[in-house]
Design a protein. Structure first.
Length: 428
């Protein structure tokens, strides 16, 4: 198969690495890719949101399957666009626009969960016209408070104020345009206290699905889970508290009702579903859906997928996963993200990167925010490199990633040294 992968981050680098290892993959193209994805395929300078350019690539490169890495093209309706064309179309791994609404609108996702009896936090949605009702609703809650921009906000649309005064001020800022159109509606939720994990399913649109390895990611910039939220500073898989009993509840109460709910709603969903979960006591609840793989969880999860991912994705895109197994590598995997100084706020670009090793049997460095400037590798984003390693245990995998990070250099480079420590403490 000739495969086109859309995206440019660490998630896409990990997918490219996995796809390129499949005997079913003849040629892999990545649009636009980054400074490291050229090791796994051919980068093509095209935006995933430029459907005309993507159409030309599909025709010129005889593409058999398109894997949509990030949410923006899905929300913009890329699958619908190509399904509507008369010309022969490739398989698409990713939902239609109706399915992408699970991520495009927090309010839509909450209404979906309520309709299909999927456990989640109590909530209400407010607009500038109903801001006073929002203030009153906040007064009924106990701190801290959870405020979410309804639309896509590049992973920064969730704010958790500690006091009622802060929460009211935050609501006013958000409805006043803090996140542009994304926060023209704001979802206010009750705060759930527990520990989080990320679950991923690959579904075929006809009720078939497979669960990928569970991971836990770390969003805060500072050690001890302090400071601003980021796109993710690291991830670990497996997750010690996501045992067989917990995952049985996740499957029965959340994953299966979600897949069946999409069918009942008439939504043809073929691709990955991300379930952002929280364990409250011993019970799983949904924090959010994403309509693609997570980042940086993908960089750890792909290491643990032992089956041929291309075979699985093609079957899902065709609408029939059948009896295909999704086997999981028993080893642990851990990802630690190296970021630019100043991230997640303003940061410099174009800084030269040195010391990045070639992949080994233990460690793969997935590029996220990098580009090639002539022969030099330089930074191009806030999250720069996702250093991912295997280990017999999570502790061993983390040690391997940290040893690799100690040899990598670029000005202002920063990474958290406490990734996974909460899980290691639970194992003791």
């Amino acid at each position: 198969m000739n495969i086109l992968l859309l995206g440019s981050g660490g998630r896409e680098a990990a997918l490219a690495w996995k796809i390129s290892s499949s005997p079913l993959c003849d040629k892999l193209y990545i649009a636009p890719g980054n400074g490291g994805t050229g090791s796994f395929g051919t980068n093509i300078d095209a935006s995933p949101l430029d459907f005309e350019a993507i159409g030309r690539i599909i025709a010129e490169k005889a593409i058999d399957m398109v894997v949509v890495g990030n949410e923006d093209p899905l929300v913009a309706g890329i699958v619908d666009h190509f399904k509507a064309l008369d010309a022969a179309k490739p398989l698409f791994v990713g939902p239609e626009k109706a399915g992408a609404m699970l991520e495009a609108s927090k309010d839509h996702a909450k209404r979906f969960m309520a309709r299909h009896g999927i456990p989640t936090a109590a909530y209400r949605t407010f607009t500038p016209e109903t801001i006073d009702e929002g203030y009153a609703f906040l007064e009924t809650l106990t701190p801290p408070y959870v405020l979410k921009a309804d639309g896509l906000a590049a992973g920064k649309g969730v704010i958790i104020p500690e006091t009622l005064a802060e929460a009211k001020a935050t609501l006013a800022e958000m409805l006043g345009g803090k996140f542009g159109a994304a926060s023209s509606h704001v979802v206010i939720e009750e705060f759930l206290k527990g520990i989080e994990c990320s679950v991923f399913a690959l579904t075929d649109g006809h009720g078939g699905y497979r669960l990928l390895p569970v991971a836990k990611d770390y969003k805060r910039i500072g050690e001890g889970d302090t400071g601003l939220n980021t796109g993710g500073m690291g991830a670990v898989s497996p997750v010690v508290f996501a045992d067989a009993e917990f995952m049985k509840k996740v499957d029965e109460r959340i994953v299966r009702p979600t897949v069946e709910g999409l069918l009942k709603d008439g939504t043809d969903y073929r691709g990955f579903i991300f379930f952002g979960l929280i364990k409250v006591g011993n019970e799983p609840m949904v924090i959010e859906y994403n309509v693609r793989m997570g980042d940086p969880e993908t960089e750890a999860v792909m290491l643990r997928v032992a089956s041929d991912l291309v075979e699985l994705m093609a079957a899902a895109a065709k609408g029939d996963l059948g009896n295909l197994p999704l086997d999981i590598d028993p080893r642990a995997a851990a990802t630690v993200m190296a970021v630019s100084g100043g991230y997640p706020e303003s940061y410099p670009k174009g800084l030269e990167i040195t010391g990045v090793p070639a992949p080994t049997e233990t460690t793969v460095v997935f590029h996220a925010g990098t580009r090639l400037d002539g022969p030099a590798l330089v930074t191009s984003g806030g999250r720069v490199l996702a250093v991912s390693s295997y280990g017999a245990t999570p502790a061993e995998a983390l040690a391997a990633s940290y040893a690799t990070l100690d040899a990598i250099r670029f000005d202002g480079m920063y990474f958290r040294r406490d990734i996974g420590q909460d899980l290691l403490a639970l194992e003791k």
